[in-house]
Design a protein around this ligand. Sequence first.
Ligand SMILES: Cc1cc2nc3c(=O)[nH]c(=O)nc-3n(C[C@H](O)[C@H](O)[C@H](O)COP(=O)(O)OP(=O)(O)OC[C@H]3O[C@@H](n4cnc5c(N)ncnc54)[C@H](O)[C@@H]3O)c2cc1C
Length: 350
Amino acid sequence: MKQVDYIIVGFGLAGLSMAKTLQDQNKSFVVIADNNPVSSLVAGGFVSPVVLKRFTPVWQAKEQVGNCYTLFGAFEKEYKDTFIERFPIYRRFASIEEQNNWMIACDKPLLAPFLSSQLIHKDIKGVEAPYGYGEVMQSGRILVAKVLQTFRNKLIENGYFMQETLAYNDLELTQNTVQYKDIQAKQIIFAEGYAMNDNPYFKHLPLDGTKGELLIIHTPDLALDVQLKAGITLLPLGDAHFFVAATFDWHDKTNTITQAGREELMQKLDKVLTVPYRVVEQKAGVRPTVKDRRPLVGRHTTQKNMYILNGLGTRGVMLGPAMAKYLYDFIENDIALPPEVNCERYESKS
Ligand SMILES: Cc1cc2nc3c(=O)[nH]c(=O)nc-3n(C[C@H](O)[C@H](O)[C@H](O)COP(=O)(O)OP(=O)(O)OC[C@H]3O[C@@H](n4cnc5c(N)ncnc54)[C@H](O)[C@@H]3O)c2cc1C
């Protein structure tokens, strides 16, 4: 029997963040994760501390950005590889009024660290932008698929990773232990993304799911070297390839790419680009979203050694590290979870 402190179920951004947090605290764990399509492998990985539709800060922006770069920076040091790409976001203005709103936002204390008050009037070949751009700082991109693969390989090498779908019926639970096949742990953390809806212990929680699709296009004529936000997000991937993200669909809960998704993105793209392009790839995934737009973190109501880390929604790269830290401190150091993320907020209402 293999004895560990924790079992983590799931290895997307939530499971990875939890595993790294435990590793840094010298806790032993085994990750159990299957090979099903996951949201984290579709994610653009963008780090954006500001909601650029309305010029408002992301909830806990400063802390989340800090935790994100700390956690993925630690991976960079450990593996001597690049997992973070830093570049500014240019928010294209649609009118003079938007320029004015931007300048007002720049003076707000929560936004000032992230928004530059220097408006940018630069010709970017291939982009129509008569009103110029506002620049977001401290933004960038996490190379999610690469860091997941690298960490997964290391965990497999060390015998800390089981690749399979956890069968809930095979869990043997006492108040002090959790046993699954030949692994015995003190605690179990479920980080299953949208698949939580099949988990008998937590499926009563309101994890809604919002499907997103994105494109990868090829256009040698576009001279863009920053992330561009203009109704859609455009990001250079190198070699004249660009990410185009993303759609939001609250009804379809499948990972299947659609013609409607492709057309929606291309229509938005056509309003921004003045140069021809070719779609080379299309991807789809379901974001684990919650109605109140806050994560689901915390302890099961009766099984006291069972926990959840979910609901990262549209911001897995920023929320994953921050929520893993909260959960760790809650379990190990008895520090209360922020009420906004504690899954108890839904238990008490039912
Ligand atoms: C199109 C799109 C673009 C996005 N862009 C961004 C972005 O730019 N920036 C950003 O921060 N976020 C982005 N997101 C959101 C981000 O992808 C999610 O917040 C994040 O991936 C959620 O991670 P997760 O670990 O909770 O879930 P997932 O990534 O879905 O991982 C769930 C894990 O659980 C496993 N699993 C589930 N059930 C079981 C079981 N019973 N047994 C074993 N394993 C199980 C799965 O195999 C997987 O390993 C985007 C999402 C989409 C769809």
